[in-house]
Design a protein around this ligand. Structure first.
Ligand code: 5GP
Length: 178
C-alpha cells in the first residue's frame, strides 16, 4: 500500500487517478446528455474543485461557460461550521442553467449557502455536480444530481483536496490512516 505523510498524518491511496478519470467521463456523459443545446454556466467552487473542473471540462462536448467562485471555511480536518461569504460571482446568472462544480459535499453547509445565495438571482435552473459525497456527515439536505464517488466518513486529500494547505497536487485521492 502506497502511503505518504502530510504534516503529522499518514495517508494511503484510496481512489486512483484511473478510477477518477473513468468516473469523471461517466459524469461528463450524463451532463452532455442532459444539457445538449442548453449552454449551461458551470460555476467551480475554489480551491478544492480545480482538478475536477479541469478534467470534467475536457470531457464536455456541449457549449458551456465556466466561472469560479470561492468560500473559505475549512481548516484542518474538521469543518469549522462558519461558512463565509461567496466571492467572485461577477456575471449575471439570470435565466441561465447553472451547474455548480464542487470537490466534496460533506456537511452540505457550503452547498446550502451557495444555493441560498444564487437562487434569488433567478437562474433558469441549478444543479450540483460534486466529485465526492460523504453522506454520513450531511447536516442539511442537499440534492446532488451528479457525483463521481460516494465515500464513508473519512478525511481525504489529493486531487485538489488539501490537509492544511498541502496535498492538493496529488493526482490520486488518499484516506487518512487511523
Ligand atoms: P461542507 O460545507 O459540505 O461541510 O464542506 C465542503 C468543503 O469542506 C469542501 O468543499 C472541502 O473543501 C472541505 N472538505 C470536506 N470534507 C473534506 C475532506 O475529507 N478532505 C478535505 N481535504 N476537505 C474536505
Amino acid at each position: 500500500m502506497s502511503t505518504i505523510k502530510i504534516h503529522d498524518k499518514l495517508f494511503a491511496v484510496s481512489i486512483t487517478q484511473n478510477m477518477i478519470q473513468e468516473e469523471i467521463k461517466r459524469v461528463a456523459a450524463e451532463i452532455n446528455r442532459d444539457y445538449k443545446n442548453k449552454r449551461p454556466l458551470m460555476i467551480g467552487v475554489l480551491n478544492g474543485s480545480f482538478m475536477f473542473v479541469a478534467d470534467l471540462m475536457k470531457n464536455l462536448n456541449i457549449e458551456c461557460n465556466i466561472s469560479f467562485v470561492k468560500f473559505s471555511s475549512y481548516e484542518g480536518t474538521e469543518t469549522t461550521g462558519n461558512i463565509n461569504q461567496l466571492i467572485g460571482l461577477t456575471e449575471s446568472i439570470e435565466g441561465r442553467d447553472i451547474i455548480i462544480l464542487e470537490d466534496i459535499v460533506d456537511t452540505g453547509l457550503t452547498m446550502h449557502k451557495m444555493l441560498e445565495t444564487i437562487t434569488p438571482l433567478n437562474p433558469k435552473s441549478i444543479a450540483i455536480a460534486s466529485l465526492i459525497l460523504k453522506p454520513a456527515r450531511l447536516k442539511v439536505p442537499v440534492y446532488v444530481k451528479y457525483s463521481a464517488f460516494t465515500i464513508p466518513d473519512r478525511f481525504i486529500v489529493g486531487y485538489g483536496l488539501d490537509y492544511d494547505g498541502l496535498g492538493r497536487n496529488l493526482p490520486d485521492i488518499y484516506d487518512a490512516v487511523e
